[in-house]
Design a protein around this ligand. Structure first.
Ligand SMILES: Cc1ncc(C[n+]2csc(CCOP(=O)(O)OP(=O)(O)O)c2C)c(N)n1
Ligand SMILES: [Mg+2]
Length: 421
């Protein structure tokens, strides 16, 4: 279904939030935000840090008059000593974003879409390589890839503005690359090296890249949502024009934190976008066995939240729906739920024998639901063009493996260095 038809029009999913009475949180912070406009402008520099490159991470310092407000957010000033990355093979030509961020709000040129294609192909080849190296015994831990779901990661992350943040899931590689982490840093993370985006402390399921606005993967299903509600509440209280996006699966919508998060997000009207990657499976359990409803967006509607259905195999539709959702959230109109219909074209984890679905069903899904093939057909790319792009991204992926293998192993005595509990 085309997202455009449903977006914020009078469709059945579009439920206007009830008039919010001046909520103590919002009212106080709103007044503070107006009084401190100049301070906020200055502070906003703190959220407009350049996307790439390494430096100490500092949480923005709150302006004085914000401290006057009744509800005083915790003032935290952290300076994490991050390892300087020596990453010379990652010149600008090896960055995911080869072109300036898409300028147009809602319209995409053919060259924008070609760039989306390249990025999706890079994510695909990256994850295929991860699978290969994992099976070869080179990668520790447990890995989930998101082959088939690349259009969601790229469509959503390409729509974000600088300063926006995401929280990911156990299937985090695509989100992470699309949010700007370089393939070298991500691969090094999967190899557990200091040069990794979280210095080898995270691995696949606990990686993060705070500098790029990636609050991290999450092994706890539904674990990313509360953090996004908290972060976006902070954005609102500080008057910062930022949006937080929580990715999660259909299975996660059965978890308590999902319901608590949507409830508070809607109550507080925070600038959050909830992206449900509905791939119809939770591990080996089909949706009909874990959910009593068919239309997952009803879960958001139940909280009075705006909900939009999107075809997750169509990157352009995902991008456009996300832009609209972001505009809505950023302009203070409250959170939005994106019900993204997508398909996992591989097992739940690497090595999953997939005994819960037939070979025929899987083959048909792979044949008909590959988002990369959909975009290739839409752009009418020739075999030569695709081969050239493929060669290019394969080189980047191979270089990332080389980079990771040559990385630095963390010292065993540093294992508990960043544990605060
Ligand atoms: C709180 C919690 N419960 C159960 C699990 C085990 N588990 C890991 S992935 C998963 C399925 C999640 O399904 P979904 O949210 O649809 O994400 P998908 O794997 O389909 O991307 C489950 C149940 C977990 N990690 N955390
Ligand atoms: Mg799922």
């Amino acid at each position: 279904m085309d997202a455009e038809e449903l977006q914020f029009s009078g469709d059945s999913l579009h439920v206007e939030a009830p008039e919010q009475t001046a909520h103590t949180l919002g009212a106080d912070s709103g007044a503070a935000a107006v009084d401190c406009e100049a301070d906020h402008l200055a502070e906003s520099a703190g959220i407009r840090r350049r996307e790439h490159g390494r430096r100490p991470v500092r949480a923005p310092v709150l302006g004085d008059c914000q401290l006057e407000s009744k509800l005083r957010p915790v003032v935290q000033q952290t300076a994490l000593d991050l390892v300087e990355l020596v990453d010379e093979s990652q010149g600008p030509e090896h960055k995911l974003r080869l072109v300036a961020k898409v300028e147009q709000k809602g319209t995409l040129s053919k060259s924008d879409l070609r760039e989306f294609f390249r990025e999706m192909l890079l994510i695909r080849r990256f994850e295929e390589k991860v699978e290969e190296r994992f099976r070869a015994g080179e990668l520790p831990g447990f890995l989930h890839v998101a082959i088939g779901e690349e259009a969601v990661a790229v469509g959503v992350c390409r729509a974000l503005e600088e300063g926006d943040i995401i929280a990911s899931t156990h299937r985090a590689h695509g989100h992470t690359l699309a949010k700007g982490t370089t393939p070298n840093e991500l691969m090094a993370e999967l190899y557990g090296k200091l040069e990794g985006c979280s210095h080898g402390y995270g691995g696949s399921m606990h990686l993060y890249d705070v500098e790029r606005g990636n609050m991290g993967a999450n092994a706890v299903v539904g674990g990313g949502l509360p953090g996004i509600v908290g972060s976006t509440l902070a954005f609102k209280l500080r008057g910062e024009p930022r949006v937080g996006v929580a990715f999660f699966g259909d299975g996660a919508t059965n978890i308590g934190t999902f319901h608590e998060s949507l409830n508070l997000a809607q109550l507080w009207q925070v600038p959050a976008v909830f992206v449900c990657e509905d791939n119809h499976w939770a591990e080996s359990t089909p949706a009909w066995q874990h959910m009593p409803i068919e239309d997952i967006s009803q879960r958001a509607v139940a909280y009075g939240m705006k909900a939009v259905k999107v075809d997750g195999q169509d990157v352009e539709a995902v991008y456009k729906a996300t832009r609209r959702a972001l505009e809505h959230a950023r302009s203070g109109k409250g959170p939005v739920f994106l019900a993204v219909n997508t398909y996992r074209l591989v097992g739940h984890y690497i090595g999953d024998p997939q005994v819960y679905r037939s070979k025929e069903e899987l083959a048909e899904t792979r044949e008909t639901q590959d988002p990369i093939e959909h975009l290739r057909a839409k752009l009418e790319l020739s075999d030569d063009e695709v081969e050239e792009l493929d060669r290019e991204v394969q080189e980047i992926v191979d270089a990332a493996v080389e980079f990771a293998k040559n990385g630095t192993d963390p010292k065993p005595e540093d294992a508990l260095k960043n544990v605060y509990a």
